[in-house]
Write a protein that binds this ligand. Sequence first.
Ligand SMILES: NC(=O)C1=CN([C@@H]2O[C@H](COP(=O)(O)OP(=O)(O)OC[C@H]3O[C@@H](n4cnc5c(N)ncnc54)[C@H](OP(=O)(O)O)[C@@H]3O)[C@@H](O)[C@H]2O)C=CC1
Ligand SMILES: O=C(O)[C@@H]1CCC=N1
Length: 271
Amino acid sequence: MTIRLVLAGCGNMGYAMLSGWLKSGKLPPAAVFVVEPNADLRKRAEALGCSAAADAGDIPADAVPDLVVIAVKPQVIRDVTAAYKRLGDGRTTFLSIAAGTPVATFEAILGDRAPIVRCMPNTPAAIGKGMMVVFSNRLVSDDTRRFVADLLSASGEVTDIDDEGLMDVVTAVSGSGPAYVFHFIEALTVAAEKAGLPAKTARLLAMQTVYGAASLAAESGEEPGVLRQQVTSPNGTTAAALAVLMGEDRLTHLLTEAVEAARLRSIELGR
Ligand SMILES: NC(=O)C1=CN([C@@H]2O[C@H](COP(=O)(O)OP(=O)(O)OC[C@H]3O[C@@H](n4cnc5c(N)ncnc54)[C@H](OP(=O)(O)O)[C@@H]3O)[C@@H](O)[C@H]2O)C=CC1
Ligand SMILES: O=C(O)[C@@H]1CCC=N1
């Protein structure tokens, strides 16, 4: 079958996206060629029905994929991208998910004919519940934008931005954000255990509470603040807890600091 998509890097995020695409049926596994040096990760991709190789040099020489997805660490991005220079003649679109790395870095390597899309996904993409934020260079045609948006929509919500400078804060909010929520689950579990619940029950309550609350916020169409007030009886238990979290805007300050730390790191990674 014709290779339509090359995935360079099938680690945490590359695999999450690949799984979402294949599950949706938008892409047949046989149309995907994975380049990944780690043998175990190659096997994992092959188990999905994709072809895989350790090196970009193993891609059939006559292959002209619609899309090359660059899903490697920002630290190796230049070397990895250079291996695909032959595909920079305008027929193949490049989609990078690397934190920090600007479109200009790819343009400098691939030349001035390559359509380049920069996307910031997150790991819930693996189950079709990701958040994908997309910035495209001027060579990406409307047709290609639609094609990429359709593919990415298999992984969850897709939104465009036209100011690339905002990608660092996007990364700090939705790219890294699932880790903040996972840590919240961990922290609530610890608090529940410290207050006397058995470990298994503590974990179940923390997990289902976050899942249920996020689902209610997404599905009810109600503002989070209104939903919060619906839980908070006057002078009740929730009010007592919220006085700790919201007093002096504690949690908001903490998250503002965390997002700023991630944003600054994203800028550093792009240098
Ligand atoms: N994880 C996340 O939640 C998110 C990650 N991202 C971005 O996604 C990118 C990948 O991150 P993540 O998946 O977490 O990282 P991983 O380390 O899990 O995956 C990257 C994979 O690329 C492999 N690799 C190294 N060199 C090459 C090469 N020359 N060709 C092909 N593959 C290669 C690595 O192998 P080896 O380990 O052997 O070097 C590794 O398996 C990063 O740029 C990150 O900023 C974006 C949004 C969210
Ligand atoms: O931690 C990181 O750098 C990557 C980018 C966003 C999520 N993970």
